[in-house]
Design a protein around this ligand. Structure first.
Ligand code: AMP
Ligand code: MG
Length: 411
């Protein structure tokens, strides 16, 4: 089974079939952005915990203000001042008022707050120029959250609001699915590190940088295990080390060239192959398998192929390991700006610039689409899918695309 070229959807399904959410750990709330909650958060108390003032003003008994107006204000005895964080020392009697700040607990006996703008202080009296109804300018205990209520469910993705809510509930740590440990290996005798001078026949290793950055966008700090030349033994040793991680990404050496032995090494080390070859370009030679609980991706070496394969297959797997249910980017139908010929049997994955105009999505190729041309990945905020067929698509026709970035949407 696992050696026949298959569709993108089928390949993604085979990858996701091997990816289950990782174990659960306690994480500090300040480090939990983007993590997926593995517990329910039940409110241990209400929010707000007590009735409090929504305004700076005067706490009153509404009944004392029924006839108040600018012409004939209610004249009340002004007692204490209640700042936020303080509890009133006295309860409020008939004909009395207390000065109160936003967020301060309402004194017993008061049932409304008159905002400062509708009152005037005069020594130990305050004149109220406005009749208020009971409850006016009061935030009720439990108005946001009622004690005992479920405020966040297991499976919630923790964004800034969820983290704020957990903090307001008194959770300094939360139970979340742990992050995958990811290793990256770059294969190729032609590769040198980014800070090395170029010798004859050499190129710089860019894949481990782009792949690491793609992991970082998910909050994952991958470990780059380095460059290995096209030497069977050296590659086997490094791949063996990489199999100690949750996810191993190799780039290069997975095609059909004489020195492409990443697949053989996977076999020798007991990686069970789930697929080899996806009917797309760029990115056809993808070899995916599992050993124990490790997901092993043999990504193609061409810089664009490696990034596109990460986007379409590795990213969904990493999200699933983190506990995400939704693992795909938003996808839309767009009008394409130019002809894209594709008479191949493979789906052409085109790097595009996508923008909204007149209520529709539009996409336009970012330039030369060779699988080694990283320049056209720069400035791309989408990947469009042009199916193979008699001709491809013509300008003005519709294509599906994935929206990769929310920025970069200028027409
Ligand atoms: P391969 O799949 O090993 O045949 O590599 C395909 C192409 O990608 C070759 O032109 C390689 O030089 C290039 N390549 C492989 N690995 C990397 C890398 N880590 N960074 C940049 N280019 C690479
Ligand atoms: Mg190579």
């Amino acid at each position: 089974m696992a050696t026949k070229t298959i569709s993108i959807e089928e390949a993604r399904a085979r990858v996701l079939a091997e990816a289950a959410p990782l174990s659960v750990e306690a994480r500090l709330l300040v480090e939990a952005l983007g993590a997926v909650l593995a517990e329910e958060i039940i409110a241990p108390h209400s929010v707000p915990p007590f009735d409090n003032s929504a305004m700076d003003g005067f706490a009153v008994r509404a009944a004392d203000t029924v006839d108040a107006s600018a012409e004939s204000p209610a004249d009340l005895l002004l007692g204490e001042t209640i700042p936020a964080g303080h509890v009133a020392a006295h309860s409020l009697g008939a004909g009395e008022a207390a000065k109160i700040m936003t967020g301060a607990p309402l004194p017993d006996g008061a049932d409304a707050v008159v905002q400062s703008e509708s009152a005037g202080e005069k020594g130990d009296r305050v004149l109220i120029w406005e009749a208020v109804k009971p409850g006016k300018n009061i935030r009720r205990a439990g108005e946001d959250v009622v004690q005992g209520e479920k405020v966040l469910g297991a499976g919630s993705v923790l964004g800034p609001a969820e983290i704020g809510l957990a903090a307001s509930m008194g959770f300094p740590t939360v139970q979340v699915h742990r992050q995958p440990r990811v290793a990256i290996i770059s294969t190729g005798s032609e590769l040198i590190e980014v800070d090395q001078p170029l010798g004859p026949g050499q190129i710089r290793n860019s894949n481990s940088y782009s792949l690491r950055a793609q992991c970082q966008q998910l909050g994952i700090e991958a470990t780059a295990l380095g460059i290995v030349p096209d030497d069977y033994e050296a590659t086997r040793r490094l791949v063996e080390q990489g199999l100690g991680y949750d996810v191993l990404l190799t780039s290069g050496g997975v095609s059909v060239g004489e020195f492409d032995f990443v697949k053989d090494i996977q076999d020798e080390l007991g990686v069970e192959r789930r697929l080899w070859g996806v009917a797309m370009k760029p990115g056809k030679p993808l070899a995916f398998g599992v050993r124990g609980s490790t997901l092993v991706f043999g990504l193609p070496g061409n810089p664009v192929s490696a990034m596109v394969s990460f986007e379409l297959f590795v990213r969904p797997a990493l999200l699933r390991l983190m506990g995400y249910r939704k693992t795909t980017r938003p996808s839309y139908r767009a009008i394409i700006a130019e002809d894209v010929a594709n008479t191949d049997g493979r789906v052409y994955v085109v790097r595009v610039r996508a923008w909204r105009e007149d209520g529709s999505w539009h996409v336009s190729s970012t330039g030369a689409q060779g699988s080694g041309i990283l320049r056209s990945m720069v400035g791309a905020n989408g990947l469009a899918f042009v199916p193979g067929g008699p001709r491809g698509v013509r300008a003005g026709e519709g294509v599906e695309f994935l929206l990769l970035r929310e920025d970069l949407q200028e027409p």
